[in-house]
Design a protein around this ligand. Structure first.
Ligand SMILES: *Cc1c(COP(=O)(O)O)cnc(C)c1O
Length: 435
């Protein structure tokens, strides 16, 4: 037990993890070849913001979209220049108007909620499920008011939200359901691809996601009318629409959210590799589950029945009261042992200054205060107890894109956890000495 090699690295011992290869490149010769072909052709974007063929983008963009529609089993896939842009398109397409409330989760990237604000809608934060970190359907239902128009589920960390229950709630209350699957391409819920069970869903193609082209995103929908509206908002809607029917015109205020041909060409090479990348993460997660099982006060990810998990983040929880050591202290010890990709806590969007002070557009409080009257929606501590508790004390995770995930790499990570757990008394003592 007290051999010198067992001494925690934090207390001067040798780290358990040898140098692991950091963030392995996901690009190969096929990506380079695809880019070269686009460069030789000289057309870096096929888009024009006017009616006609070129309104829907260039050859590579349209080929990638067809590939995505087939891959995810959905009628329409639309490429965009980021998933943040995709979210803005989605919220606009479903017709969110100033003052409309949209319920979402505080455990997501800020873009999920700011997409609502960009249409002057009011984000409302429901609490999360302690096991999965996804929206808690009961909490969503409690927050529905006559102003609620939609719910945005987020498949956080790579596991689908409870789309079955959320769909049932949305249908019962006449709400649209959007799905932010930025972290979950390739995940499934009862056999359907994540994203395809919402009115509109989609994925991020940014550098940190499972498949990437640098910056990009994909929207998916089975609704022909919504697909048309998404395409319009993506590409200067107002300059393209030829109808003067005011009902059709709602939110057809366009942007330039167009993906370039180079990014589309890279994305087309990346997509067929998704399944293998997911399988590798699932294998690594299974090895972590087995290796970490039985460490007291540590819980490994819960995958709900009917879900497959694609492990953007391998989420863990600590029972710090039982361990007698704070999360921060344990993370220091694990970091010192060389564990890569440690994530110490997660977002609590409802506590960001933007929301707490309700200051977005100008100084007058719009959209909370504005033409539609004063919104009762407020933000701050106490709103989402499960999210806040997990955030402040017990949650941590491993960003699975941060290391190569070979069995030997995973074994080293497991060894580091076991070493730290075997030395908890030393860690407690070091704390009290330091205190
Ligand atoms: C990455 C991410 C986004 C934003 O995607 P970008 O392509 O970077 O704009 C939105 N939501 C979640 C949950 C994400 O992880």
């Amino acid at each position: 037990m007290n051999q010198p090699t067992e001494t925690l690295a934090l207390l001067g011992g040798t780290p358990a993890v040898r140098q692991l290869p950091a963030h392995p490149s996901l690009l190969g010769d096929a990506d380079i070849e695809a880019v070269t072909q686009v460069m030789r052709g000289g057309v870096l974007s096929g888009y024009i913001g006017a009616p006609g063929q070129a309104f829907m983008g260039g050859e590579r963009v349209r080929a990638f979209e067809a590939q995505c529609a087939a891959y995810f089993g959905v009628r329409h896939a639309l490429a965009v220049n980021s998933w943040t842009s995709g979210l803005v398109c989605a919220v606009g397409a479903i017709g969110i108007e100033p003052g409309d409330e949209v319920i979402t989760t505080p455990w997501t990237m800020a873009a999920t909620a700011t997409a609502v604000l960009h249409w002057a809608g009011i984000p409302v934060f429901a609490d999360i499920d302690r096991r999965t970190y996804n929206l808690c359907p009961d909490s969503v239902e409690r927050l529905i008011t006559p102003r609620t128009k939609a719910v945005i589920a987020v498949d956080i960390f790579g596991q689908s939200a409870d789309m079955t229950r959320l769909r049932e709630i949305c249908n019962r209350h006449g709400l649209k359901l959007l799905s932010d699957c930025a972290q979950a391409p390739g995940a499934t819920h009862h056999g359907a691809a994540a994203g395809t069970l919402a009115d509109i869903g989609g994925y991020s193609l940014n550098y940190h996601k499972h498949i990437h082209c640098g910056e990009g995103g994909v929207l998916v929908t089975n609704d022909d009318n919504l697909a048309r509206r998404l395409a319009l908002i993506r590409n200067h809607a107002e300059a393209v629409v030829q109808t003067d029917d005011p009902a059709e015109l709602v939110n057809l205020l366009g942007h330039n959210f167009r993906l370039g041909e180079i990014e589309a060409a890279i994305s087309s090479v990346q997509l067929p590799q998704l399944a293998a990348r997911v399988a590798r993460r699932q294998q690594a997660a299974a090895e972590l589950n087995a290796g970490l099982a039985g460490l007291p006060g540590l819980s490994t990810p819960v995958v709900l029945a009917g879900n497959s998990h694609v492990y953007y983040i391998y989420a863990l929880q600590l029972d710090t009261a039982r361990l007698g050591v704070s999360r921060e202290r344990l993370l220091q010890a694990l970091t010192a042992e060389g564990v890569p990709g440690l994530v110490g806590s997660y977002q609590n969007l409802h506590l960001l200054p933007l929301f707490r002070h309700r200051i977005a557009y100008g100084r007058g409080g719009f959209p909370w205060i504005g033409a539609q009257g004063n919104s009762r929606v407020t933000y701050g501590p106490g709103l989402c107890p499960a999210a806040e508790d997990l955030h402040s004390r017990s949650f941590f995770g491993l960003a699975m894109g941060q290391f190569a995930l070979g069995s030997d790499d995973v074994a080293q990570v497991v060894r580091a956890f076991k070493k730290v757990w075997a030395q908890l008394p030393a860690l407690r003592q070091a704390v009290s000495v330091a205190a």
